[in-house]
Design a protein around this ligand. Structure first.
Ligand code: GLN
Length: 190
C-alpha cells in the first residue's frame, strides 16, 4: 500500500521508517502536487500544530486534505496530528481539519511533565510503550469516537471511522503495533 506522510515539519522521518519496516510504500507530502489520489492512507506527524496548520494552508493542501479525510481517506494523527484533526481545542482558538469529534487540550501536561513515557493499555493491542512530548490529551469525545487508551484518566488514543489519533508518539519506539493497527484500518477501507 502507499501511505502519504506529511513532511512539512516535525517527526515525519520516524513514521516513514516504521511504515517502511512494515513493508509499505511511503510518499512524503510537502506540496499540493505530492497529494495524489493513489494514496491509500495518510499520516499527520507530531511537531508543532500551529506551524503545520500554517504550512498546510500556505501550500494549498489544507482544503484538499480536509475533503479527503471527510471522504473517508484513512488518517493517522500523532500528537500535533491529533490537534490538527480535533473539532475543538480548549486552549487555542484555532480549529484545523475539525473532523475528529473531540475536544483536545494542547500542551496538556504542563512544563514539568512535558515529556515522559508510560506503559498504556491500548485497546486493540494490550500494553504499549507510549512516549509523550509536550503532548495534548483528549478532554471529551462526541458521537462516533471510540476510546482506545487512557493515561491517568485522560484519553490519549481514539478512533473515529477512518481516523486514528494518539497523543503519544508510536513512531519513536521500536514497537510497530500501532502502525500495524493503522495499516489494518487502511486495508479495511480499500
Ligand atoms: N505541543 C505541540 C503542539 O501543540 C504538539 C507536540 C508534539 O507533537 N510532540 O502542536
Amino acid at each position: 500500500m502507499k501511505i502519504g506522510v506529511f513532511a512539512l515539519q516535525g517527526a515525519f522521518i520516524e513514521h516513514e521508517r516504521a511504515l517502511l519496516s512494515l513493508g509499505e510504500e511511503v510518499k512524503e507530502i510537502r506540496l499540493l502536487s505530492d497529494f495524489t489520489n493513489d494514496l491509500d492512507g495518510i499520516v499527520l506527524p507530531g511537531g508543532e500544530s500551529t506551524v503545520q496548520g500554517k504550512l498546510l494552508k500556505e501550500e494549498g493542501l489544507f482544503e484538499p486534505v480536509k475533503k479527503a479525510i471527510e471522504g473517508g481517506l484513512p488518517v493517522f494523527g500523532t500528537c500535533a496530528g491529533l490537534i490538527l484533526l480535533a473539532k475543538k481545542l480548549t486552549n487555542d482558538p484555532n480549529v484545523y481539519f475539525g473532523t475528529l469529534n473531540a475536544t483536545v487540550k494542547r500542551n496538556a501536561y504542563g512544563r514539568q511533565l512535558g515529556s515522559f513515557s508510560a506503559s498504556l493499555n491500548v485497546k486493540p493491542l494490550g500494553f504499549y510503550p507510549a512516549v509523550f512530548i509536550r503532548a495534548p490529551y483528549i478532554e471529551s469525545i462526541g458521537k462516533g469516537v471510540e476510546i482506545l487508551a487512557e493515561h491517568e484518566g485522560k484519553i490519549v488514543a481514539a478512533r473515529q471511522a477512518n481516523m486514528l489519533a494518539t497523543a503519544f508518539h508510536p513512531e519513536l519506539t521500536d514497537d510497530l503495533r500501532m502502525h500495524a493497527y493503522f495499516l489494518d484500518m487502511v486495508r479495511e477501507a480499500k
